[in-house]
Ligand binder design. Structure first.
Ligand code: G4P
Length: 523
């Protein structure tokens, strides 16, 4: 197979959802179809801490969760599929957001009884900003849930994305009969009495009247709904899907493995190949460019505590990875050798066989790399556009437990902040060090790594959630600082306020109407 053919068969995506919507269950099903795992339950076992492999961080084992996103790869229908995991819940972190910078598409899993939930909304917004395609899977149809039509309007109203159903549920919960799959011209029967799961439409494009389902009132209802939608709803348009303006919607039940394979097949048909990536000079680097290039979107520390290693996750943007190749680390302007590299499978980390544009490789790191780094070869010399930073919502005050150990404390903080593990703020009035994160777990990982890697015990004092707003240097006035609006500087020395809440921010704005509050620092 030529390099071009290899690259064109890559499909790299992340599953986004609110905790409990069924992401783990559906991931397992996908891996099972891809032959990457034999038994469903493997991914789940990792989530619940029963995973046999011991090479995960202690903290991960204690909490029974995967600290940072991992990568799962399998082959299906002639495609090489890479699923990048995006943890939810307390293990939500900046890494979760950054992982979405390394995918070409997203699958959004929604619990049919709950609709769009908070975490889904946050993750969707990040994906939307990138303009990548989003495919929706409405899960748990084997349970009573909300009306499918309501769920579609929620996509439009809450997320602001137009939707087009690709199949339609026939009943739900106890009355769930299956899926009216007009895309494939068939019905997928939930619990077929005759053992026939798929009933193909006849030459009139209908379910044969001899089939008992045609007498079922839920079927008649589904048919009416679907006809209405096909007439009056959005039309499927591949261009709009690829542009991230229209989300194809699939229904199913991951737990009973119903509708998942149909989803996978259709998804792989329309999900895009690896996309190009812009450099700081606005040059688009195409995946088929023969020179290797990639960027680091995440660094995971201590995956194997015995070796104290870190792994830098690289999304390959162009060309092909070769073991032992020399690459330019653009930020440092120096050459590094990529010798110790892994690829990721569901059950183990395997050595790379062939990795090309679209794939993710893990490079062992002893402190060389930073999140956002660009690696290139050949004629490619420029860095890729920087990864966006995500404004933290949670804050902690941090200090060294042992005042005699200030030096290692400072070194640890400097490195972890540089690496992108956490955000740093310094109080303007007291000089206190404050840390910001998008998820609680980032603090725990920070504390853990300070102890293990820098031999520095820390005292962390929660400050709760805050709203960050930057101000202009000329507006800076120490007198404006109070406990409800703390004046601070970020790690680039830009001045800002940490507001206790929206109310405190409005109060401040009323009091100082001339001070402009900015969502991002700008000069
Ligand atoms: P997550 O990764 O998005 O957090 O969700 P996960 O797959 O762990 O699923 C959350 C719960 O929802 C699990 O139940 C799971 O079995 C259930 N679930 C997932 N898909 C379906 C579905 O299609 N139908 C139904 N009825 N349930 C589904 P749990 O009770 O939390 O865990 P467990 O008892 O299965 O271990």
């Amino acid at each position: 197979m030529t390099l071009q053919e290899e690259i064109k068969k890559r499909r790299t995506f992340a599953i986004i959802s609110h905790p409990d919507a069924g992401k783990t269950t559906i991931t397992e099903q996908l891996l099972k179809f891809g032959g990457a795992i034999r038994e469903a339950g493997t991914v789940k076992a990792r989530k619940t801490g029963n995973f046999a492999k011991s090479d995960w961080m202690d903290i991960e084992k204690e909490r029974g969760i995967s600290v940072t996103s991992s990568v799962m790869q399998f082959d299906y229908a002639g495609k090489r599929v890479n699923i990048l995991d995006t943890p939810g819940h307390e293990d939500f972190s900046e890494d979760t957001y950054r992982t979405l910078m390394a995918v070409d598409a997203a699958v959004m899993v929604i619990d049919s009884a709950k609709g769009i939930e908070a975490q889904t909304k946050k993750l969707f917004q990040v994906v939307k900003r990138r303009g990548i395609p989003v495919f929706t899977f409405i899960n748990k149809l084997d349970r009573d849930g909300r009306e499918p039509l309501d769920l579609l309007s929620e996509l439009e109203e809450i997320l602001g994305i137009a939707s087009v159903p690709m199949n339609w549920p026939i009943g739900m919960g106890k009355n769930f009969q299956g899926l009216y799959d007009f895309t494939h011209g068939r019905v997928e029967v939930y619990q077929p009495e005759d053992g026939k799961r798929f009933v193909e439409f006849d030459e009139n494009g209908e379910v044969p009247t001899s089939h008992p389902l045609t007498k079922n009132p839920f079927f008649t209802q589904a048919l009416e709904d679907a006809e209405l939608l096909l007439d009056a709803g959005n039309q499927f348009s591949e261009e709009e899907v690829v542009a991230g303006q229209l989300t194809p919607v699939f229904f199913g039940s991951a737990l009973t493995s119903f509708g998942v394979e149909t989803f996978l097949e259709t998804f792989l048909e329309y999900a895009p190949e690896p996309h190009s990536h812009k450099t700081v000079d606005e040059e688009e680097i195409e995946p088929l460019n023969p020179d290797f290039s990639g960027f680091i979107f995440k660094i995971q520390a201590n995956m194997d505590p015995r070796h104290r290693d870190r792994i830098a996750f690289v999304r390959i943007v162009s060309g092909e990875f070769e073991r032992g190749m020399d690459v330019n680390l653009v930020r440092m302007g120096k050459k590094v050798k990529l010798s110790n590299v892994t690829q990721f499978m569901a059950e183990s980390r395997e050595n790379v066989e062939n990795a090309v544009a679209g794939d993710i490789i893990g490079v062992y790191d002893t402190g060389t790399y930073q999140v956002g780094d660009t690696l290139t070869t050949g004629k490619l010399k420029k860095a890729f556009e920087p990864l966006p930073t995500f404004t933290p919502e949670l804050f902690m005050r941090v200090q060294a437990k042992n005042v005699m150990k200030q030096k290692s404390f400072q070194k640890g903080i400097d490195q972890l902040v540089q690496e992108g593990a956490i955000q740093l703020y310094k109080s303007y009035t007291t000089g206190d060090i404050m840390l910001g994160a998008v998820g609680q777990l980032q603090f725990e990982v920070f504390k853990d790594r300070m102890e293990r890697e820098y031999n520095s015990e820390t005292i962390m004092t929660p400050m709760g959630s805050k709203t960050v707003r930057w101000i202009k240097e000329e507006d800076l006035d120490e007198k404006m600082s109070s406990s409800r609006n703390i004046l601070a500087r970020d790690r680039f020395d830009h001045p800002l306020f940490l507001f206790e809440n929206e109310f405190a921010m409005r109060w401040f704005q009323d009091k100082y109407p001339d001070v402009e509050l900015l969502e991002q620092f700008s000069v």
